[in-house]
Design a protein around this ligand. Structure first.
Ligand code: HEC
Ligand code: HEC
Ligand code: HEC
Ligand code: HEC
Ligand code: HEC
Length: 459
């Protein structure tokens, strides 16, 4: 059974029962050094009136963690221009037209500016320089999450208890704001914000559900094991963690710890994890071929380092594309995917959908991995909060190694060598999204590449 604190929604009776239950669990179940968290009920006042500390106040002692956090997307979640563009141009202005639109607008900041959201009593949070600075997924917000409402973590159903106690992963006690919380060490903690279901009941961010179906989940590998390890993914199947002290103080000292968790939270958007996350390999190429031949080329796309589909998260925006070509005598010859899903062209979706959404961001004839969402009229949309269905999804599964087959039609040439080159690019959002919201076009980021030479034999 799960021992982390997960209070049900309910009235005072529930809290009383829960208190008794927790007290019982603490005495009956806890092993030495572990503790069932929050044996006391949450006070209603703590939920509304508690004040979250700003990350700067943690910097005094946790300077390493602070430095990593400042470089992470968590510290940008509200000030992020891509978020703000959609929030202020497409969501906030609609809020006064319907109850649904108002609730959508109010929901955004529950994850993107959770402390401001909570402190404002879940009213609309408007961006201003003051909220932008103090609002993001902050240190104190994460470390005062004590549970989530209901049975499943998601849609910002966190229960937070701001105050002097900071919940964390250490099972052995120190006298500094210590509280062990099993939840902090589990994927459910991340799912609170990384699982999103919209007003139509459509799962628009399913990273947690994708992880649940992965071989990594079966082996007990949590989000934290990859995203908070030194490399940002598993090295030879295992997380590599930092060690040392978690706090530096002028008075007193913190113990040496064998396992420390980095707070960079690299992801595809952060550009730092991308290198090496997906691997490409050309397989079974013929040693030598003749000009004029048509040869099959197999490319293995290896997503085994990822514990969920790729892309994941904001799937309406993110996509990967493959560029495969041969270089013969300095001439570029594009390779064409040999097998296409029925009814779909090489962009990965039917032609009109494909180009409408991408708005020319990708050259023709490239294999694309992505999801296409549609609105209630069945039209493709990049506004995931208004999507009603998923009409296309060919993303790479967790731990999948997918074989893509191509054909190389060699020109009749005098050349003696051909170099086959395959490159995978990641694009955080398509040009059509940038055009609509006045954002700079997102440069494709090269995340993997491989090449191989073949000899051309004279006929
Ligand atoms: C997105 C949520 C999140 C944010 C933001 C965050 N942390 Fe953490 N932190 C965690 C989780 C989760 C763990 C434990 C990981 C585990 O045990 O698997 C952790 C671990 C820690 C630890 C234990 C020591 C260690 O390094 O493992 C300390 C101390 C800590 N965090 C402090 C901070 C401070 C200070 C900040 C801001 C500068 C911060 N955290 C921001 C989620 C967060
Ligand atoms: C005065 C110094 C100091 C400040 C300021 C400080 N911490 Fe800590 N913190 C510590 C020490 C010492 C530890 C114990 C480290 C250990 O046990 O290895 C600690 C441990 C933690 C842990 C791990 C708790 C556990 O039991 O797993 C978390 C989480 C944490 N701090 C979060 C924060 C956050 C968030 C802030 C800012 C709001 C903050 N700290 C500010 C000194 C400080
Ligand atoms: C309080 C809500 C919240 C919690 C809890 C949370 N996250 Fe996040 N996370 C966010 C938001 C919001 C963003 C998006 C920031 C942006 O891009 O504007 C984000 C971004 C990220 C990114 C960066 C994605 C990229 O493309 O670069 C990673 C990786 C990530 N989170 C992993 C985690 C993991 C792992 C956990 C659990 C240990 C976690 N998060 C817990 C809200 C949260
Ligand atoms: C086995 C390791 C592993 C596990 C487990 C894992 N991730 Fe990831 N995650 C990755 C890698 C690798 C990437 C790809 C980064 C890249 O391409 O740069 C990634 C990317 C992401 C992204 C960015 C996706 C995108 O397309 O922009 C988010 C958000 C994220 N992970 C969140 C999570 C959450 C939440 C969990 C737990 C439910 C989790 N991850 C579990 C390894 C892992
Ligand atoms: C339950 C939590 C949650 C809610 C509610 C939520 N988001 Fe997010 N949002 C996230 C997470 C987590 C990510 C990061 C996923 C990733 O990196 O792919 C994200 C990423 C984004 C991005 C991509 C940012 C980038 O830099 O590429 C945009 C845009 C965005 N959200 C807009 C919104 C808007 C607008 C709303 C309200 C209608 C909203 N979000 C509501 C959790 C949430």
């Amino acid at each position: 059974m799960k021992t982390f604190f997960r209070p049900p929604e309910g009235g005072i009776q529930t809290w009383v029962l829960l208190t008794v239950w927790c007290a019982f669990m603490t005495s009956a179940m806890a092993e030495p050094g572990t503790q069932v968290i929050s044996a006391k009920p949450l006070r209603a006042t703590a939920l509304q009136g508690g004040v979250f500390e700003r990350c700067e106040s943690c910097n005094g002692c946790h300077e390493n963690i602070y430095r990593e956090h400042v470089g992470s997307m968590h510290s940008q979640s509200f000030a992020n221009p891509v978020f703000l563009a959609q929030y202020t141009q497409e969501v906030l202005p609609q809020a006064r037209f319907s109850g649904d639109a108002f609730r959508d607008a109010r929901s955004c900041t529950a994850c993107h500016a959770p402390a401001a959201h909570k402190q404002s009593g879940a009213r609309l949070v408007r961006p201003d320089p003051a909220t932008a600075r103090s609002s993001s997924v902050t240190c104190d917000f994460c470390h005062t999450i004590v549970g989530f409402k209901g049975d499943e973590a998601g849609n910002a159903n966190y229960i937070v208890e701001p105050g002097p106690i900071k919940f964390g992963p250490f099972q052995t006690k120190t006298d500094q704001h210590h509280q062990y919380s099993e939840l902090q060490t589990k994927s459910e903690f991340c799912a609170i914000c990384h699982s999103v279901r919209n007003r139509y009941g459509l799962d628009i961010k399913s990273t947690y559900a994708e992880w649940q179906e992965s071989p990594h989940a079966r082996e007990g590998i949590q989000c934290q094991d990859c995203h908070m390890s030194v490399d940002g993914f598993l090295t030879e199947g295992r997380p590599v963690h930092a060690s040392g002290v978690a706090a530096f103080m002028s008075l007193g000292s913190a113990p040496q710890r064998s396992t420390l968790y980095t707070h960079r939270f690299q992801g595809a958007r952060s550009y730092s994890q991308i290198e090496g996350a997906i691997q490409l390999a050309l397989r079974d190429l013929p040693q030598a071929i003749r000009p004029g031949d048509v040869v099959p080329v197999t490319l293995l796309v290896d997503n085994s380092r990822t514990g969920h589909k790729m892309p994941s998260g904001s799937v309406e925006l993110r996509f990967l594309w493959l560029d495969v070509y041969a270089e013969i005598d300095g001439q570029r010859v594009d390779l064409v995917p040999a097998e296409l899903p029925a009814g779909y062209d090489v962009t990965g979706a039917s032609p009109e959908l494909g180009q409408q959404i991408l708005a020319g961001g990708v050259p023709d004839g490239r294999r694309i991995y992505r999801t296409i969402l549609a609105d209630r009229r069945g039209k493709p949309t990049l506004a995931s909060h208004l999507a009603k269905s998923i009409i296309f999804d060919n993303r790479l599964n967790a731990a999948e190694v997918r074989a893509e087959t191509y054909e190389l039609a060699l020109p009749a040439s005098e050349a003696s060598r051909a170099m086959i080159v395959a490159t995978m690019y990641y694009v955080p959002y398509p040009d059509s999204f940038a055009n609509r919201l006045g954002l700079p076009h997102a440069e494709p980021v090269q995340i993997a590449t491989t090449s191989k030479e073949i000899l051309l034999v004279k006929p």
